[in-house]
Ligand binder design. Structure first.
Ligand code: HAS
Length: 552
């Protein structure tokens, strides 16, 4: 049977990545369900299980493991589809990278399950996990680098054979995302290798806490764009094809990805605005740069509206908004991603509030931030990945996304939207009233304080209702995934699920947009500007290192 444009051997590695992603997704969402009940004082865990253990697992499995494995599956399938089948070396290195990433993940999860690493996904010092937890993290990053570099190798071969041509938009965007990821990881690699591992194995007696947090956030903010950019790739390259249109502007798409390489990294201090040890000038500079990184998202919003309006009008939509009705709402591959985009409007606005220095004082370390990341990574990114799953797995397995599965998929995205709306609204509002994040249930030892959280939406019960709907939705998604993988009927030539790639006219696109040396060079300049002096100060004026804390 014709299984589309992706070579059979390349499909396998993508499927293994997807399998890992969805296994992590199921366990991670179950942890989320337990959490909302604990926060609501409706559940007491048995003695052998701890709230912070579950919270660590939830953050790691969903925000890191699900996303990363999914992203590499999407890249591998898309690069094979747009640049041609992998050569044997590229394929081998993709497999090696996958195995190393998987081993790292397993080691980390074993440490968390063993109760040796309840340090949350940010693993802030001076909380100290078992040394093997950090070894697992290092392996995870090395694995993703191997997978990333093997895709860069595939791209390099294509460019050698197509001298003077711009690469297809999908490949360009995947390479930009990998560049961002590799540069971002330098921070986390530095802190894990030179601070956490020696400290956790007892080779050094203390750790420079503020330095480790700064190196973490050097990585932590671009990490969110590592999640977001593959979703943007779907918005720019896949969605126009699904609705029967074209990419609105090839140059704008490429420009926005280049801007992410430049501005997503030298901004980590906006996560540390309340921390001492970093002077206000450097915080201010990085806040200004944070406002620069909003621009490529605004470019993306503009491009998406343009794509939809042009296509809606082609289909006969009239008047100011008549084109909206013409969009293919009955196609869940589109509707899921459209809802994901709509969630990013308040999600992005919340990010701008967070980045606004003074307003950050109000929301920092409150449940507001938890609400923020559930309507950024938890919906715009995650629901875009769901929308991709509906055709990507059938494309890779050669099965059919049947009518009944499509109905279930609509139910799944509807429940995810309702659950997320309830949960994240409650989280935002509770946060504004002062409910803290990163804590289990607290009675505050005073009924008056608890009464703040008695409203209809400003209530931990609303949060738990939303969380329960979300878990049911997640279970439904896993059911759909299993069907699409093993049980749905086999597709014929006619019903085969294509890998949609929209036409993108690059004839007017400036060639320098694909000159990576320029962008990587400027990115490092900006990083040097924003980080050299404050990091040097943190090292020079370091207090005696902190000893370890293990609160479990
Ligand atoms: Fe954030 C904290 C600032 C975006 C994730 N963020 C977090 C944390 C996470 C996270 C996980 O400045 C918590 C970290 C922790 O554990 O401590 N964030 C921003 C800013 C942006 C932003 C300025 N964040 C994201 C994205 C994430 C994410 C994306 C995940 C994928 N964030 C912060 C700050 C903090 C923070 C501070 C620290 C808070 C603290 O104190 O702890 C920007 O990138 C946002 C720009 C986005 C837009 C929206 C554009 C809209 C589009 C949709 C178009 C829609 C269409 C559909 C076409 C300007 C593209 C039309 C539909 C209709 C219905 C009309």
């Amino acid at each position: 049977m014709n299984t589309g444009q992706i070579a059979a051997k390349d499909r396998k590695v993508a499927l293994f990545n997807l399998g890992f992603a969805y296994s992590a997704f199921l366990i991670g969402t179950l942890c989320g369900l337990l959490q909302v009940f604990i926060r609501n004082d409706a559940l007491n865990l048995p003695g052998w299980l701890d709230y912070y253990q579950i919270l660590t697992a939830h953050g790691l499995l969903l925000a890191i493991v699900f996303t990363t494995f999914f992203i590499f599956a999407f890249f591998q399938a898309g690069m094979s589809r747009t640049l041609g089948a992998f050569g044997p070396k590229v394929r081998l290195w993709n497999w090696i990278g996958f195995v190393v990433t998987a081993l790292g993940t397993i080691l980390v999860v074993v440490m968390v399950v063993a109760g040796q690493a309840s340090v949350l996904y940010t693993f802030y010092a001076p909380l100290q996990a078992h040394g093997l937890f950090y070894v697992g993290l290092a392996l995870f990053v090395i694995g993703t680098w191997i997978q990333g570099f093997s895709l860069v190798g595939h791209y390099a071969v294509w460019r050698r054979n197509h001298k003077g041509e711009l690469s297809p938009l999908f490949a360009f965007m995947a390479i930009a995302t990998i560049i961002l990821w590799v540069i971002a990881c330098l921070g986390v690699v530095a802190t894990v290798l030179f601070q956490f591992i020696p400290w956790a194995f007892g080779w050094t007696s203390g750790i420079n806490v503020e330095l480790s947090r700064s190196l973490f956030w050097y990585f932590g903010h671009p990490l969110v764009y590592f999640w977001l950019l593959p979703a943007y790739m779907a918005w720019y390259v896949i969605v126009p094809k699904i609705i029967g249109g074209k990419v609105f502007s090839d140059s704008l798409g490429r420009l926005s990805f280049v801007l992410f390489i430049l501005f997503s990294i030298p901004v980590g201090f906006h996560h540390q605005l309340t921390e001492p040890g970093i002077s206000s000038f450097w915080k201010f500079l990085q806040t200004v740069l944070t406002f620069m990184v909003i621009i490529p998202s605004l470019i993306t919003a503009f491009s998406m509206f343009a794509t939809f309006e042009i296509r809606g009008r082609e289909l006969g939509g009239r008047g100011l908004f008549g084109w909206i009705r013409k969009l293919p709402w009955r196609d869940v591959r589109f509707t899921s991603i459209f809802i994901a985009m709509a969630f990013f409007i308040p999600g992005g606005a919340g990010g701008i509030i967070n980045a606004s220095f003074q307003m950050n004082e109000v929301i920092h370390n409150t449940l507001w931030v938890v609400g923020h990341f559930h309507i950024t990574v938890g919906t715009p990114v995650a629901m875009t990945f769901f929308g991709l799953t509906f055709w990507l797995i059938p494309n890779l397995t050669g099965r059919r996304f049947t009518k009944s599965l499509q109905k279930l998929a609509f139910l799944q995205i509807a429940t995810w939207s309702v659950g997320m709306l309830l949960m994240s609204t409650a989280q935002h509002l509770l946060g504004l009233l002062g409910a803290p994040r990163r804590t289990a249930y607290t009675g505050y030892a005073h009924d008056d304080a608890l009464a703040w959280f008695d409203g209809l939406l400003t209530n931990h019960v609303t949060m738990a209702v939303g969380g329960s709907i979300l878990f049911l939705s997640a279970a439904l998604l896993v059911f759909i995934v299993i069907q699409l993988w093993w049980l749905a009927p086999k597709a014929s030539e006619q019903t085969y699920e294509e890998f949609p790639i929209a036409e993108s006219d690059s004839s007017m696109t400036p060639r320098f947009l694909e000159n990576w040396k320029i962008w990587i060079g400027i990115a490092f300049l900006l990083i040097a500007l924003a980080y050299t002096i404050p990091l040097a100060e943190l090292i020079q004026h370091a207090p005696p290192g902190s000893g370890r804390f293990q609160t479990w």
